[in-house]
Design a protein. Structure first.
Length: 355
């Protein structure tokens, strides 16, 4: 039974040059009518522990639209309600309005504090906008703020970005290595002076060292937080739990079925209650997903839990793989197996051996 829901808002003021996600520059207000139909048709009334507005740029919505969407759900006490926004949308009254509607976590796409690179990658804000946005969010009463950081951009001093972020005294930092994906502007017109894979790996290690010496801990491969401020919504994914996905191109996992919605606005509007793709997850697929997702977490894979959930002997079934990579790349703890920091860098190779 899902107790998390993701809402996709596929509109942006402009398309970032590294972005390959489904998003559209022109906002179509009729989309929200179809989104509400999607929710009304597929949501079964469970009490949600997390609700996440992502995109795209959710902060392009007016507060009345946000209110209509939130009102469709039963939110449990202390439900984590996350709202993604661009720094240049962080206006005080808007943020206060979000707070009054139950939003209690803000996630901002800062990416870098190098203004020249922000222009290069097509962001609509500058470093001052991000700093100001964090201060405004705090003024509006938000005590759970996350910033995104992209490493692997050309000519970016990652230490400078990290110093600015930590000085802002926020609770959560998501870090992403730049990948040039098909469908993005950079796939056709790649920028010059991009760091290679080895340089990106060095940046990742630098990020880990800096943040962990400044009061943050890595609880997932790409995510750092102060204790108690982990993204509960994303942990739901990494714990291989079920969740709803509402909106064009959204993905969900309900009753053992992974599904994706129609991607184009035209297709979605014709059938907002239906799914584009549905796949019943097999026992083997579910086990492999449990392993792949579990190794993303700093906690790792809990042996007792995976044994109980799948009626297996994890250590026996994967004895040869565990022995091959322990202790250098996989570490055994009293309850779990987890990737070491060196193991994270080789995770694709390691995880392929569990298939």
């Amino acid at each position: 039974m899902p107790n998390s829901a993701y809402i996709h808002i596929p509109f942006c003021k402009s398309k970032c040059k590294y972005c390959s996600f489904v998003s559209f520059v022109r906002q179509d207000e009729t989309y929200f009518d179809y989104l509400l139909q999607d929710i009304e048709s597929n949501y079964q009334g469970e009490w949600l522990k997390t609700l996440y507005f992502g995109g795209g740029t959710p902060s392009l919505m007016d507060l009345n639209t946000v209110k209509k969407i939130v009102s469709k759900f039963n939110l449990a006490n202390e439900c984590e309600v996350t709202f993604e926004m661009n720094p240049d949308d962080a206006e005080l009254n808007y943020l206060k309005g979000l707070k009054s509607l139950g939003v209690n976590r803000i996630s901002m796409g800062s990416q870098t504090f190098n203004d020249d690179i922000l222009k290069l990658i097509g962001r609509g804000h500058n470093s001052f906008d991000t700093i100001s946005a964090v201060k405004t969010a705090k003024q509006a009463g938000f005590e759970n703020i996350s910033l995104d950081l992209i490493y692997g951009l050309p000519e970016v001093n990652i230490k400078n970005d990290l110093e600015i972020i930590t000085n802002l005294d926020i609770q959560h930092i998501s870090t992403y290595g730049l990948k040039i994906e098909e469908g993005s502007h950079f796939y056709i017109y790649p920028p010059e002076n991009l760091p290679d894979e080895d340089m990106q790996a060095d940046m990742y290690l630098e990020i880990n060292e800096y943040l962990e010496t400044n009061g943050y801990y890595r609880y997932e491969v790409s995510n750092f937080s102060r204790k108690g401020y982990e993204s509960r919504h994303n942990l739901n994914y990494w714990n291989n739990e079920e969740y709803y996905g509402f909106g064009a191109a959204a993905h969900g996992y309900v009753n053992g079925v992974r599904y994706s919605n129609f991607e184009t606005l035209a297709d979605y509007s014709r059938n907002p209650a239906g799914f584009n793709i549905e796949h019943k997850v097999t026992w083997q697929e579910n086990l492999e997903e449990e392993i792949f997702l579990g190794f993303r977490k700093e906690e790792g894979i809990n042996v007792d839990k995976i044994n109980e959930k799948f009626s297996i002997d994890f250590e026996g079934k994967y004895k040869s793989v565990l022995e091959k990579f322990t202790p250098g790349y996989i570490k055994k703890t009293p309850c779990c197996y987890k990737l070491t920091l060196e193991g994270v860098l080789l995770s694709n190779n390691i995880l392929s051996e569990f298939i």
